[in-house]
Design a protein around this ligand. Structure first.
Ligand code: SF4
Length: 328
């Protein structure tokens, strides 16, 4: 097959957004020679975004540890001995102080994460109060609280929630190897409730969990065939935390990670593709390639829930070195 026939989007017009990209098409993108893949990703990135702008989010764990779920990558599961202590839901005052600090450090979005299977109604009231107060500071709000029912999603929307994060994590085929306490369909249903409530969707996955390229193909094919592309697509590199079942997993080749970012960019042209967990262990060069492949969002701040993230100074240096600026 010639290079020109690999990407069917060429026949659908340059700016059109497709929701019918087949697995075969996504696979063909992954299989492109690296220079061709990067060229296509950059071309599409520049059609929709200023390639020098990077959206900055800050993530705060508002309720850490003690989660009943068994996600094999997660140090917050109560099933694994990772040294993460279960804590209560943070107070409103502490959350607001963190949000204020994030804003003054340049964040435009403040994400609040709670280690729950799904929120209890009482807890949801507390989170809604946080959402209202953070939004009143002029920050975009995001939450990740586990599975939501339709009324819970609507309640969060009424409180002013802008984004809800709920990752598909991996392909439907590989999902059961990573998590057994819920199924892929549960994830899709929560995403539907969030979308129906009118909240923007933040949804991506994790690579480097021992999945095959075909699983990475499957994950992106599902994301790109949702009724609306997620507004944010976080692509995480597994952080191998001691005590979790994936602690000894073989590291994914960085070029394969960059390929995943590029294929996500091409498949979801208008989404913010976020370089998420795993940056701490990535070289400057790998991160630079990710930005060239179309990543245009990062988490800023020394911690990502319970795992470490590059410090603010290191990120400032990285952005200066690459001539990148925070997106307003
Ligand atoms: S990823 Fe979320 S749902 Fe899974 S164990 Fe960790 S906190 Fe719980």
């Amino acid at each position: 097959m010639s290079l020109a026939t690999h990407d069917a989007s060429r026949t659908h017009g340059r700016g059109s957004i497709r929701h019918d990209r087949t697995r075969g098409e996504v696979r063909a993108l992954f299989d492109l020679p690296f220079p061709e893949l990067m060229f296509r990703a950059q071309t599409i990135h520049r059609q929709h975004f200023d390639p020098t702008e990077v959206q900055i989010s800050t993530l705060l764990s508002i309720k850490t540890g003690g989660c009943p779920e068994d996600c094999a990558y997660c140090p917050q599961s109560a099933r694994y001995h990772t040294g993460v202590q279960a804590e209560k839901l943070m107070s409103l005052e502490v959350v607001l102080a963190e949000a204020r600090a994030a804003k003054s450090a340049g964040a435009s979005r403040f994400c609040m994460g709670a280690a729950w299977r799904s929120p209890k109604y009482r807890d949801l009231d507390s989170v809604c109060a946080m959402v209202e107060a953070v939004k009143a500071m002029g920050l975009q709000t995001c939450a990740t609280l586990g599975m939501l029912t339709d009324p819970q999603a609507r309640r969060l929307k009424d409180a002013g929630l802008d984004y809800y994060n709920h990752n598909l994590d991996t392909s439907p085929e590989f999902y059961g190897r990573v998590i057994t306490t819920r199924v892929y369909q549960d994830r899709l249903e929560t995403l539907e409730h969030v979308r129906n409530a009118g909240i923007h969707v933040c949804c991506g996955g994790i690579v480097g969990m021992g999945e095959t390229r075909e699983d990475r193909v499957g994950m992106i094919a599902v994301l790109a065939s949702l009724p609306a592309h997620p507004e944010s697509v976080p692509i995480n590199m597994l952080v191998r935390v001691s005590g979790t079942p994936l602690a000894e997993e073989t590291a994914l080749d960085p070029i394969e990670f960059v390929r995943t970012i590029a294929v996500a960019r091409i498949s979801m042209p208008r989404s913010m593709v976020r370089l998420s967990a795993g940056r701490e262990d990535m070289s400057t060069e790998t991160q630079a390639l990710c930005f060239l492949a179309g990543a245009n969002s990062i988490f800023y701040g020394p911690k990502l829930l319970t795992t470490s993230n590059p410090g603010r100074d290191r990120d400032r240096e990285l952005m200066e070195k690459l001539g990148l600026i925070p997106m307003e």
